[in-house]
Design a protein around this ligand. Structure first.
Ligand code: KG4
Ligand code: ZN
Length: 340
């Protein structure tokens, strides 16, 4: 059996998985989330994340020892992400690859999110993919593993980041996305009028910071007239979610009209959001496109998606060595550029 041991540590999740490179079976998958520890700070603290990876990853690796003899390659997320966190995974990956004398594969975290669509499945490409995570908001044309082009990107905050910041402003926990989604279900989206970002602009780009500021002003206005009630918070969450969805739909629609795609998917942490997914299901219906979904177990950061992406590198004979593998730079991708 040829197994890929994959490691993910780009943000606040420590995760290790084993993927059979021939059958694509996910043989094992373990993840330790640090959400609770970061929640009291209202966001991820890099130094804390790195220290926690240093404790969690070796402990997780212990459980994978029985498989060591069957490992044919080690894969690890190299970029983008928090460099102090990425280093923890990369150091461990190099140590294991050296010990087992197997090749090492560096994986782009964003490609990992895209290939989370194909865990235990063969690829189905080309596909238009909207990547919505804590660090990224991008509409991508995915033709194959090494041919992924950025069609639209955010000019300021990412969607996940906006959810997290709005949750923080409302005094809710971290990560904000699931909490806001839950509260929005009990809210009246029409009670507050929040702007739909860039709705009169022809630019195909995403922007969340103006909306976030509008939420801030609304909260300040409510606080002036007394303490905010639970219902006030639910109504703000609902209005915020509505503006986010309408913004994403308006801008994506422009791209849907231009490119002739049959398949579409949302990936990344925010793709767990049922409200956003249902809005896009309707849009796909209008365009006769099929919408694909990531299994809810794999929407947030995990090593299973890194292992699945690494299968493509292995198939292409594309390896790194212990000397060449490095933590990559995290830079904002421009429209027209390709994911590396
Ligand atoms: O992909 P991910 O796990 O990590 C990054 O690569 O950044 O995404 C995390 C983000 C967080 O901002 C979190 O609030 C958001 O995904 N998120 C959600 C939901 N679940 C997670 N946002 C909206 N609705 C959700 N249900
Ligand atoms: Zn991610």
């Amino acid at each position: 059996m040829g197994l890929i041991l994959s490691i993910e540590s780009s943000c606040d999740d420590s995760s290790i998985a084993l993927t059979d490179s021939k059958t694509l079976q996910l043989v094992a998958h373990k993840k330790v989330s640090q959400e609770l520890e970061h929640s009291r700070y209202g966001g991820v603290v890099p130094e804390l994340a790195s220290r926690m990876h240093a404790v969690a990853l070796p402990k997780l690796l212990e459980g994978f020892k029985p498989y060591f003899k069957d490992i044919e390659a080690v894969a690890v997320t190299t970029h983008p992400g928090l460099s102090v966190s990425l280093h923890e995974g990369v150091i461990m990956a190099k140590a294991v690859a050296a010990l087992l004398e197997v090749p090492i594969i560096g994986v782009n975290h964003l490609k990992g999110h895209i290939y989370s669509l194909f865990i235990e499945k063969e690829v189905q490409l080309p596909m238009l993919v909207l990547l919505l995570s804590g660090g990224h908001t991008q509409l991508l044309m995915v033709k194959e593993y090494n041919d992924i082009t950025v069609l639209a990107t955010t000019i300021d905050d990412s969607v996940g980041e906006a959810y997290d910041k709005v949750a923080k402003m409302l005094g809710l926990g971290y990560p904000g996305g699931p909490i806001i989604e839950k509260m929005a279900k009990r809210g009246d989206a029409k009670r507050f009028t929040l702007p739909i970002p860039m709705q009169n602009s022809a630019l195909v780009a995403f922007s969340l910071s103006g909306l976030k500021n509008a939420v801030r002003l609304q909260i300040e206005a409510l606080e002036k007239s007394g303490e905010m009630s639970e219902q006030d918070k639910c109504d703000i969450a609902a209005a915020f979610e509505r503006s986010v969805l309408l913004h994403l739909l308006q801008k994506s629609k422009r791209v849907f009209k231009k490119v002739n795609a049959k398949d579409f998917a949302i990936v990344g942490g925010v793709s767990a959001n049922a409200y956003i997914k249902s809005g896009f299901e309707k849009l796909c219906g209008e365009f006769g496109m099929k919408m694909h979904e990531v299994d809810l177990r794999f929407t947030s950061d995990n090593a299973a998606m890194i292992g699945r992406a690494a299968v493509e590198s292995l198939r292409g004979g594309d390896f790194d060595t212990i000397d060449t593998l490095k933590v990559g730079a995290t830079k904002q991708l421009q429209v027209g550029s390709k994911l590396q």
